[in-house]
Design a protein around this ligand. Sequence first.
Ligand SMILES: [Fe+2]
Length: 234
Amino acid sequence: MSNPERPELAGNQPPLNYPRYVSTQLRFPSRPLIRLPESLSDLNAPVYGWWPIGEADTDLTRHHASEPQGERIIVAGRLLDEDARPISGALIELWQANAAGRYRHQRDDHPAPLDPNFTGAGRAITDSKGRYRFTTIKPGAYPWRNHDNAWRPAHIHFSVFGQDFRTRLVTQMYFPGDPLFAYDPMLLSIHDEEARQRLVSRFDLSLTKPEWALGYAFDIVVRGRNATPFEERV
Ligand SMILES: [Fe+2]
């Protein structure tokens, strides 16, 4: 199902029903969408997590007694609108598998080791220039049973909140050069190649810390022709 209200997005946003991504068929809306009336209380409603965010929230390698296993990385970028203007004060959350491709989640039974020093979740508020920055470890690829021998490319899930609950956008960031791109229905559900590339982070030497971590840049554009593809956007 494409988005009937946003025909200009056809091709650069994933369809809600994409048969090769099997579980979309179980959850895409089969009836016309209902637009909820907007009220003042909606716009002023608090969003999840507006308590102060500390340094530990943006450094996923410091949530436990010791450091997690894996390749330490810095992921940083900007949150932008359709005119490339920065969006400040936005809550960005991320979650990810550990270096072995395993989530700390009861439904993840992938036979890869859990890491006692890695939870895999973080959050940040964009600064006055729309910037965010996380320190984490590079996640591993993992199998997901969508089809025979299905593996997800290494990725980090991102959520961006606007000023109320209904303006949450969710997407995934990938790493450049992953050989699994060509086999991933989730990524291939985005028809437009340029739009797919907007989900792939860019290795950025200036973000690296010598003797410490590699760096990847990932900007998120919330609207417009250069918008980042988002999941289940309606
Ligand atoms: Fe995932």
